[in-house]
Design a protein around this ligand. Sequence first.
Ligand SMILES: [Zn+2]
Length: 347
Amino acid sequence: MQAVVLREYGPPENLKWETVPTPEPQAGEALLRVGAVSVDLFQMEFRSGRALKIELPRIMGNGPAGEVAKLGPGAEGVAPGQRVVVCNNVSCGMCKYCRIGRETLCAGLNNHRGGMIGAHRNGGYAEYVTVPARNLLPLPESVSYEQACLIPNTIGPVVKACTGRARIRAGESVLIVGAGGGMGIHAVQAARACGGRVIAAIRSERKSQAVRDSGADVVLSTSQSSWPEEVRRRTDGWGADVVLDFVASGDTLKASLAALAPAGRLVIMGFFPRGSVLETPTWVFTEEREITGNRSAGRQDVAESVALIQNGRIKPLVSKIFPLKEAVQAHRAFEAGEITGRAVLVP
Ligand SMILES: [Zn+2]
């Protein structure tokens, strides 16, 4: 089969188009014919060697969508020919957190027993990939592969943040910091789907119209130093009931806390440590504010996201589709900030 192989951490050019053996599904696994796989920030960090240090070569590509081609011995729950999307965490199913439905905190995610598809084990930058059959969720005909591949690592995590970590209720004000990014712009939609009134904070004016089109009621520029006060002004002086901070730098975290209402929930969505220190003011105590984080999406979040797309409440924003063999160009376009929403690779 054809695949994009990373043999050495570094720039986009290190993604090589190669002919490699088609994998055979082992016990409990399914062979997926990849229909589409999305391009995201984690992949930039992984390719460059900033995210994880794992022995290469590796076929990247978290959370692909496609069709079941073949089942390994004992694989159950799906059938050849079925359209599916791949939940990205290979969790153990046995530890304390897996047992309470918090498999994104699985103790096995960072060791040889589990991990992330597209990082700890091969992913969807290929014509075929083998994955544990229990990681597959069925897709309705109305959701395309190009749309579905945004679910595991973009739409699923923001749905989890809005419904689970932040518990957004109808009528609440929701500030989204970094709303112009691939996750942020889908968070605007997810917060709206929960009944929230969305205030979007963006760095680049270029994304302003797309953020409005996704349902933001107010769009503020973080280049104006007074933007946290503007959030207060737009919320009758109280501040936002929920803040989702996708940037999570020292500056934005400070501003996010300053814009948070009493009883408000701040959800930190940043992936990578950027040396930011969060000094918690006493009002976390005196006004019962909550600070929490949000990791990747679990199976439940992926299933909920499929339903939200199926009934039209979230529309996956795919601005560019590249043939898989142009993965280098797709990574360059991502790093140049040319992608609104997500770019998708199709084998
Ligand atoms: Zn576990």
